[in-house]
Every structure is written in C-alpha cells, then in structure tokens.
Design a protein around this ligand. Structure first.
Ligand code: 26V
Length: 798
C-alpha cells in the first residue's frame, strides 16, 4: 500500500495505512499504543464525513442551534463509544485480532478525558451524545483543561492526589482550529465616550478552539464539542529574550496558559478564586463571540437571535455569558439596553444542579469589578430595574457586597430547570421561592437521564446481547422498548440466563480486582456498591457504620445464616474537604480490620477501589448487585449513577431523594429498598434538640459501632483519629446519619433476606432493567428541545 492509496472501504487496510503514514510506525515494531492511535484515526475518518454533512445541513436549513455551555464535560474514553455508535465493533475487533492483538487491551489503552468532577460533568457528556443521536444541531462549549481531575491513590488509607496528564500523549479526537481565535479582555476601566460607556480592558488573552466531534447512535448525525485553551496574544517577547531574560520572554504565554491549566476539583463548595472567575469569563466570552460570529455570518438582524440560538447554562459557572451577550448587543452593536436585555433573556436558560447553600456561587464585588468592571455595571442596572419592577422581591442578584450567580442566572433566563421532580419542587419552595412567585412559569423540570449506548450497550456487552436476543436491537436507540422484557422476567429459563450474565460480570470484576489490586473477592457474595464523590450529604459514613455494626453482629453470632457481602466503595474527595478525607481514611481503616478477621471475612469484605472515574464506573456498574443511593433526603438534586445501576440490573437501597423517587415509582416499590426520613421529615428532625444523641442512645447497634471507632480499634495507637467524625455523628449531625441508621439497618436486612432467594432476586433485578427505559438521556433531551429550546431535529436532512 502506498501513501496515495489511502484505503476507503477496507477497515483493516485503513488501520495499517494510518499506522504507517499518519504515525510513521513500522507495523513490525508497533506497540499497543501505536495500534490504538491507528485504530482511532481509522474510526475518526469515518466520523468526519458525517460531521461535515451535519454541519452543512444545519446551515442549509438555517436551523436553530443549541449551545450547551458547561465548565465540565466528563467524557471519559471515546474510542469504544465512537466504534459502538458507528456500529464498527465487529469489524474493528476482527481487524485488530488479525494483527495478533487483543482488542480490549487496545480500548483500555486510551486515557480518560476527566474534564469534570462528577454528576454535572458526566451529565453534560451524556447530553452531547443524545443531542447527536436525536439530530439536534448543537455545540458544547467548555474548557480544554491540560490537567483533568486529579488521580487518586491511598497511602496508609489516606487520599493522595497526583496530577492527571491526558494530554501528555496525542489526543486523536481533537481538531485544532487556529483560525477560530478570539482576543478577550480583562480588568481595566469603563470610560464614557460620546455619552456611551466603553470598556477599556487592561489585559488580554486569546482563546484557541479545539473541536471534538460527537457522533450519535448509528452515525446519523454528529455535533461539535468545542473546548477553549488559553494562549497569549504575544506569546514571545523577543526584546526580553535578546536582553538575556529568557524566562520573562515567555511569561505572557505561561500566564495565558494558566487559565486552561487545571480543572478545579471542588464540586460542592464555592471556591472563590480569581483564577476560577477568570476561567468562567474566558470560556463564556469566547463562546458568546463564536455564537454571534456564526449568527452574523448569515443574519443581519440581531432581533432574530432568539429564533436561531438557544443557550443553556449548565449551572451558574457560565452565568457571565448573559451579561457578556447583553454587553456586546448594547455597547458594541448599539441596541437599546432594554432590547438587548430582552434578546438575551429570550436566548438564555439555566439549569440548577444543587440547592446546597455552600455550593451556590457568589463573588465579592471587589474582585468581580476589578476583573469585569463593565459587567458589574450591567448587572447593577438589571438588578436595579428588577427591584423597581418588583418592590416586594427579596432575593436579589446583588446584595451584601456580592454578585449572586443563581439569582442573576434566574433573572436573565427564559427558562430555569431542576434535574428531578423532587429537586424542581424544592427549587420552587426554597432557594428560588421569591423568583417563582414573580415568574411562576419560568421554572420547569427535566429529570436527568443517561445515555444507553455507553451505560448499557457499551459497558455491559453480555446483558446487551441477552436483551437483543430477547427483544431485538431497537432498544439501543429507543430505551423504552426495554418494557418488552417484562414478560420474560416471569420466565424461569430466561431469568437463569439473566442471572448468568450478572455472575459472569462479577467474575470479570473479581479477576480484574485480583490482577490490578491483589484483592480476592467472593463472587458468591452480594456486591454492594457505593460509587460517587465523597460528601457528607451522600453519607458514605452511614454505609461504613452499617458495615461495622454488621461485622460486630456477625462476630457475636457466627453461626447465623448471614448473606455474604462485599461492600465496594469508590470516589474522590475534594482536596480541601477534610471531613470527606477522614471518611475515606475511616473506610480504608475499617476495611483493613474487617478483611483481616478470619472469623467473618468469608461473609463480609470491605473494598475501597482507588481513582474512581468513568472507566471504573463502566466496570463496576455491570457487576453490581445493589446500588447505594443513601443521601439525606432533599440534598441530592438528582443522581445519575442511580439510573445506571437500575438499568444494569442492580436494585437500589435508597432514600426518597432526587431521582430515586422517580426510579422507585417506575420500577415499583417492591423492587426498591426504601428507608429513611423524607425531605420534609428531615427538615423537621433537625429542629429537634439532641436528635443525634437521642438516636444513638436509642439504638444499641449504632452506639456500639460508634464506640468501636472511638475506642481506636480501627486506628490502633491513635484513638482520636476519628474524633471529628464521632463528634459530628453524636452532635450536630446535620445530615442525619444517626437518625436514619436504624431504618437503614432494617432495609439492609431486607436486602439480605431478598438476596437469599436467588430467583426472586433475579426477577427483581430484571424488572429494574425492564422498567428503567425512561431514564435515557434521549428522553431528557427531547424534553429540553420541546419545553426549553424550541429546537427541531434535522435527522433525515443531513
Ligand atoms: C460545582 C463547582 C465546580 C468547581 C468549583 C465550585 C463548584 C461549586 C459547585 C458546583 C456544583 C456542583 C453541582 C453538581 O455537581 N450537582 C450534581 O449534578 C448532577 C447532575 O444534574 C446531579 O445528578 C447530582 O445530584 C448533583 O449533585
């Protein structure tokens, strides 16, 4: 094969061609890494034509485009996802095996793109895939962080953080767009010229675009994820270099690149840092310019903007996009302020993802005004007009010397949405009650979803095959078809096959855990899994307390008929969140003691897998028997892991929180292990004096478990290692761990009992699969298209 004979049709030849001419590698010496890149290039080629066809179709139709602005896109690996959606899996596997290589090894060689912290970022990635699947013309806009979420390891049980380095090797999925650059200003002052305000920034940086194509199911449509990187306007100062100051010569470039250097690892505290506000403005402003450039290429009348542009703010992190759009329309394009405001509001929408007060963004006006002086004036004007129009309004966007981003986003949005029915209801009665009274139609619900391509078809090939054998393959693009499995859940022969899938997935996980971590898991045991960020409200400490109490009871009563369990944990803590780090260490310490106890370790194991990420989730979820969704009611906005588990046949033990409520309604209360206070009861319980102390005093099991921690048996020689946790559990206990413990224990024993009946359990698990089709992110995106964006699918027009 010669270079000018680039093979089009034969996939195997295409891989060889790329290995040779794109990568310059001799096939005789190529390593897994080289083959993986060659395969990726061959796959990418098959995306590009469809991608361009989609873009052209959007121009032709002059269609409305959706712009999803998100500080985070937790996309993970893309090679398998792209292969699956192009339906190339069989061809790719055959080609790779014909070279004498292991196909899975190749897929696993790709680093995770971890450009997000958790649920919010992963949701954005699922949405991008569903937007493409539905043929909705859309762009994702975010930041191309050089370092994604840190890598986690444990040293004596403590979390260690190391920088993540996904860009240390070529990233095949990105296309650099040096032509799509914008110069963005920061700081400076506002002057008046000809009676008009003019912002004169003091510092400038450039935004450089990198495009990642996102291909939908069956390759019918592809959209763009555009990630911005910081670059200096003048990257190199030759004068300083010639004067001998080599470091200073490159200083501007180093500073500009700092903007897109790292992802902030906080996911639930408002990290009030100048660099973070800079990041927020940097990517929001670049995106707004890009949106306007695309619009103005074909339209002269800015009043048409809302017909052609829908902007979605993924939480408040891109909220400054609103004032930026308004500023350009008014200051730079000359529209009257009120008209600019009306157009902005008709384009912008805002999704709220948390009601935790400590996570609601606000900025001190000093910092804000220093960095964005003109925006502060604009916000002040909007807020003042809002105050005049609604004199009885209480929650303003400005107050106490701060700019409140949630309130700002609300008044600048056409629609505001929550992410589960319960959460949206709470938005209306708590954080946004005042706004809801003034604009009763603005808040809508869009319950989250997950893409079935990655979270069932891709990650669980055995279950996917069984489902397709049973009901055909239409379910991958239309997840509600899973309902057709329901009659089979009554068929003993089918349930046996279903149970065999789970058993094989568990065996795979056990093999991997032995190879990778030297762990021996009992595959007969119930795999009880809690994987998510570590947070007090998510209550990993409730889970580990139950493990301690169970272990104590097993020791006391060794001959009882215990259901064997492996409790599996995974998740990272924000580096500065010390309580969460204590929880991690406690789990690891407890694991050490319990796993070493020969009297119980055939019945109970505790395992904390390090560096939880998208790839680890794809391994764990198909192998899980039980899904732990045990947040304090009212605190988890939705959850999306909860949906992935149900879809993969792991029933939930959970509270009435977030989307658990909807999962339970759909799978049926008899197929869900409910416990705990409701959101309303939780609020009331906090007002009861000494609620925690009373709960502890009233429950000998809980008391004994806490005593064990206090005594130091899990921290020999350092009994007060967990003084903080113990004090919290018996004192303020804002998250009601003590109050919910007894009911959690009860529900866990119900799980034990149910699991002992293996046929009954398989039926319950299968019904969870059959009834979870509604949790597809395709359904969620259809909801946004209809209720929020007024956007249409262009499928069939590409
Ligand atoms: C994010 C960040 C990012 C960096 C620095 C500061 C900061 C502060 C707050 C937040 C908000 C994170 C909110 C969030 O992740 N919410 C989760 O969103 C999921 C998708 O809707 C949902 O399933 C989870 O329940 C919710 O906790």
């Amino acid at each position: 094969m010669a270079k000018d004979e680039m093979p089009k049709s034969d996939f195997r030849d295409a891989i060889l061609w790329h290995l040779t001419y794109t990568l310059g590698k001799d096939p005789d010496h190529a390593q897994v890494f080289d083959w993986r890149l060659a395969l990726s290039h061959a796959v990418r080629d098959r995306i590009v034509d469809r991608w361009m066809a989609s873009t052209r179709a959007t121009y032709r139709a002059d269609a409305k485009r959706v712009y999803y602005l998100s500080m985070e896109f937790l996309i993970g690996r893309l090679l398998q996802d792209n292969i699956v959606n192009l339906q190339l899996a069989d061809q790719a596997q055959a080609a790779i095996e014909s070279f004498g290589l292991d196909y899975r090894d190749l897929l696993l060689d790709e680093p995770d793109a971890a450009l997000g912290n958790g649920g919010l970022g992963r949701l954005a990635a699922c949405f991008m895939e569903s937007l493409a699947t539905l043929g909705c013309p859309a762009y994702g806009y975010g930041i191309r962080y050089e370092h994604g979420l840190f890598r986690q390891s444990f040293a004596e049980g403590r979390q260690m953080e190391a920088p993540e380095d996904w860009l240390a090797q070529p990233y095949v999925w990105q296309f650099e767009r040096p032509e799509a650059r914008f110069t963005l200003g920061f700081g400076g002052r506002v002057v008046t010229r000809d009676g008009k305000p003019v912002w004169e920034p003091e510092n400038f940086v450039q935004s450089e675009a990198y495009d990642v194509p996102v291909i939908g199911w069956q390759g019918a449509w592809a959209n763009t994820l555009r990630l911005w990187a910081g670059r200096a306007v003048d990257p190199f100062d030759l004068g300083r270099f010639n004067a001998g100051d080599f470091t200073a010569a490159a200083e501007a470039e180093a500073l500009a690149r700092t903007i897109s250097r790292v992802l902030y690892p906080e996911d639930s505290t408002e990290a009030g840092k100048r660099l973070r506000l800079t990041q927020e403005y940097f990517f929001s402003a670049a995106s707004i310019r890009d949106i306007l450039r695309r619009f103005e290429a074909d339209h002269a009348d800015l009043r048409l903007l809302p017909q052609k542009v829908a902007i979605q703010l993924n939480d408040t992190h891109p909220a400054i996009a609103g004032p930026e759009l308004l500023r350009i329309l008014h200051d730079e394009r000359g529209l009257p302020f009120d008209e600019a405001l009306a157009i902005t509001r008709a384009c912008v929408n805002y999704t709220n993802h948390t009601l935790l007060p400590e996570a609601l963004e606000s900025w001190g006006e000093g910092l804000f005004g220093e960095l964005l002086p003109r925006h502060l004036q604009i916000i002040d004007r909007i807020d003042a007009e809002d105050a005049k129009a609604h004199p009885d309004r209480r929650n303003a966007a400005r107050g106490e010397g701060r700019v409140r981003m949630g309130e700002l986003s609300f008044i600048l949005s056409n629609r505001v949405n929550g992410v589960s029915a319960l959460h949206t209801g709470l938005m209306k009665t708590t954080v946004f009650a005042d706004q809801h009274r003034i604009w009763p139609d603005r808040i809508v619900n869009q319950t989250n979803g997950v893409t079935p391509r990655r979270w069932l078809h891709g990650c669980n090939p055995r279950l996917s095959r069984l489902i397709t054998q049973t009901i055909g393959d239409g379910w991958v693009g239309d997840l509600e078809q899973l309902q057709a499995l329901e009659p089979h859940a009554a068929d003993a022969g089918w349930l046996e096959q279903f149970a065999a899938v789970k058993a094989a997935n568990k065996a795979d996980l056990s093999d991997w855990a032995r190879r990778e971590h030297g762990l021996t898991l009992n595959p007969q045991a119930l795999f009880d899994v809690q994987i998510k960020r570590i947070h007090e409200y998510k209550r990993q400490h409730l889970n580990i307390l139950e493990a301690i109490a169970l272990w104590q009871e097993m020791r006391e009563n060794p001959s009882a008929d215990w259901t064997a369990r492996v409790k599996i944990f995974g998740g990272k803590a924000a580096p500065g969140y010390f309580f969460a780090k204590d929880i991690i260490r406690l789990i690891n310490d407890v694991a050490g003691v319990i796993n070493a106890d020969a009297a119980t370790n055939e019945k109970l194991q505790v395992v904390y897998l390090p560096n939880y990420n998208v790839t680890l989730a794809e391994r764990l979820i198909p192998a899980a028997d039980l899904s732990e969704q045990i947040s304090t009611a009212g605190k988890e906005a939705s959850g999306t892991g909860n949906m992935k588990f149900a879809l993969n046949g792991a029933p939930t033990i959970g509270t009435l929180d977030g989307a658990n409520v909807e999962i339970r309604e759909l799978v049926g209360p008899e197929n869900f292990f409910l416990f705990g206070l409701t959101a309303e009861e939780a609020e009331a319980r906090r007002a009861v004096p000494d609620h925690a102390a009373r709960a502890v005093a009233g429950d000998p099991r809980l008391k004994r478990a806490i005593e064990a921690i206090r005594s130091g048996i899990f921290s020999p020689g350092e009994p007060d290692r967990y003084a903080n946790i113990v004090e919290n559990l018996t004192g303020a206990d804002y998250f009601l761990v003590a109050s919910d413990f007894a009911d959690y224990w009860r529900a866990q024993r119900e799980v034990d009992f149910a699991y002992a009946d293996r046929d009954g359990w398989a039926r319950m698990a299968a019904l969870n699969v059959a009834r979870s089709g509604w949790f597809s992110s395709d359904r969620t995106i259809r909801g946004y298209m209809q209720d929020i964006w007024n956007a249409k699918s262009l499928l069939g027009q590409e």
